[in-house]
Design a binder for this molecule. Structure first.
Ligand code: GAP
Length: 434
């Protein structure tokens, strides 16, 4: 089903997936906090990416580099000179806009005045701060706008210590910061966000082959995790869209409520970054191929995804509504690996003899999966809440349980119910949840 933007934003807020940052102070625009369910979903998305990109591969290792790096990193990478957006300012209302996002330069969309725009000025998107107690230009540092550079500057450290041979990749997940001029669409474009990036180093003549390989791999990842194929598409960048480092980029786009928009960019970064860091640092970042006796600068294929943006896309994609006996049931059909909670343990009523059983069952299951033990409200409302947050299984303890030592396990998607012996519950769930 196609879902409207406000519905999912409201659900995310109502159920504790995402809150506006600094809400009690009126909210800080373009920054968000992940609530108890959101943090689990986001962690699961990152965990699945790490599992597929690092743990399951012989040719990729991970790192976790610092957010604040030497300013020379950003000089060498080109971000200080080129990571800019063209800004125009209305001389009447002083609002600023990205020139390339305006439909016309003749009239200000904010105050409506004509011919009030200044000449465009390039605005650097990096957040600048100062290291140490003195605020001087010599102490200026930047919050990283991408995790990728932390990988390039550690290329030689990782190669040497991990004894990796080409082709191999270095992966990293972490926060990035961009002073976006037009943040918006909930967590889609924010000024603080998380990325999942992998730099795959290879021989220059093999770069095209690896580029195609990673395009296929990345598509497989989204679809394997349940994203509907018709909602994902690949789009090749036109020459004038390419970043300053790229010889070719494919975007993985998702069908958001406002249309297809970017989830991930897969770029052929050539030898741009390693060469730039060699020149600026004076360090040798070439690779010596022992078999052929050649020394060269590797090319890089980079699948670069947004963790927070992808989490939002999975949330949208999973949203479903269906008619059940004249009622509308809202259900998040998240893949079980992504679901924030895997199991809800529910006594049919608050009667102490039932709660005693569910308390013990919840304690048994808690070390195995993220669970919720919920004893409030009528059972129908509790099922509805669990459907709405995507919990794959609900276990209900009723009065028969006290006699037959069995419980009812309800499946989120089919609503089918199985009666399972209490001592078999963990095995039953393990077969289905893994
Ligand atoms: N290292 C390459 C790089 O950073 P990018 O296309 O600028 O490439 C990669 O960013 C991904 O990071 C994007 O596809 C998007 O998912 C995510 N991303 C970028 N800017 C973002 C923002 N302001 N808010 C949320 N996610 C963002």
């Amino acid at each position: 089903m196609s879902i409207d933007f406000d519905t999912i934003v409201n659900l995310a807020k109502k159920r504790g997936f995402v809150f506006q940052s600094s809400e009690i102070y009126g909210g800080l625009r373009s920054a968000y906090d992940y609530g108890p369910l959101g943090v689990e979903l986001l962690r699961n998305v990152k965990e699945q990416w790490w599992h597929s990109m690092v743990r399951m591969r012989e040719d990729v290792v991970g790192i976790d580099s610092a957010i604040i790096q030497a300013p020379s990193v950003w000089e060498a990478s080109g971000h200080l000179a080129s990571f800019t957006d063209p800004l125009v300012e209305c001389t009447n209302c002083n609002n600023r806009f990205r020139q390339d996002k305006l439909e016309t330069l003749d009239q200000c969309p904010s105050c409506g005045k004509r011919d009030t725009f200044t000449e465009a000025k390039n605005f650097n998107l990096m957040f600048k701060t100062h290291m140490g107690p003195v605020e001087s230009p010599d102490n200026a540092v930047y919050l990283r706008p991408e995790t990728a550079q932390g990988i390039f500057i550690n290329f030689e450290n990782v190669r040497r210590t991990s004894r990796m041979r080409l082709p191999f990749g270095i992966a990293q997940i972490g926060k990035s910061f961009r002073n976006e001029i037009t943040p918006g669409q909930f967590v889609f474009r924010t000024r603080e966000f998380e990325q999942m990036e992998m730099e795959f180093f290879c021989r220059p003549e093999e770069a095209d082959e690896w580029f195609n390989y990673w395009i296929d791999e990345r598509k497989r990842w989204y679809v394997d995790l349940g994203m509907k194929e018709e909602n994902v598409r690949f789009r090749e960048h036109d020459a004038d869209e390419l970043s300053h480092y790229s010889a070719g980029t494919f975007d993985v786009d998702y069908r958001f409520p406002w249309g297809f928009d970017e989830l991930e960019g897969i770029a052929n970064r050539t030898d741009f970054d390693l060469k730039a860091h060699m020149e600026r640092s004076g360090k040798d970042l070439t690779y010596f191929d022992q078999e052929s006796g050649e020394r060269f600068v590797p090319y890089v294929i980079e699948p670069a995804a947004g963790a927070t943006r992808t989490t939002f896309a999975f949330l949208l994609d999973a949203y479903d509504e269906e008619e059940v006996r004249g009622d509308t049931r809202t259900v998040l059909r998240l893949d079980k690996r992504l679901a924030p909670l895997k199991v809800a343990v529910l006594p049919l009523s608050k009667k102490p003899e039932l709660v005693e059983v569910t308390t013990a069952l919840a304690a048994d299951l808690r070390p195995l999966w993220p669970i919720e033990h919920d004893i409030t409200q009528a059972i129908g409302r509790r099922y509805r809440r669990q459907d709405e947050i995507g919990t794959p299984y609900c276990i209900t303890v009723d009065f028969d349980t006290l006699e037959d030592h069995a419980v009812t396990v309800r499946d989120r998607d089919t609503m089918a119910q199985d009666r399972v012996a209490m001592d078999q519950v963990a095995t039953y769930l393990r077969e289905r949840l893994g």
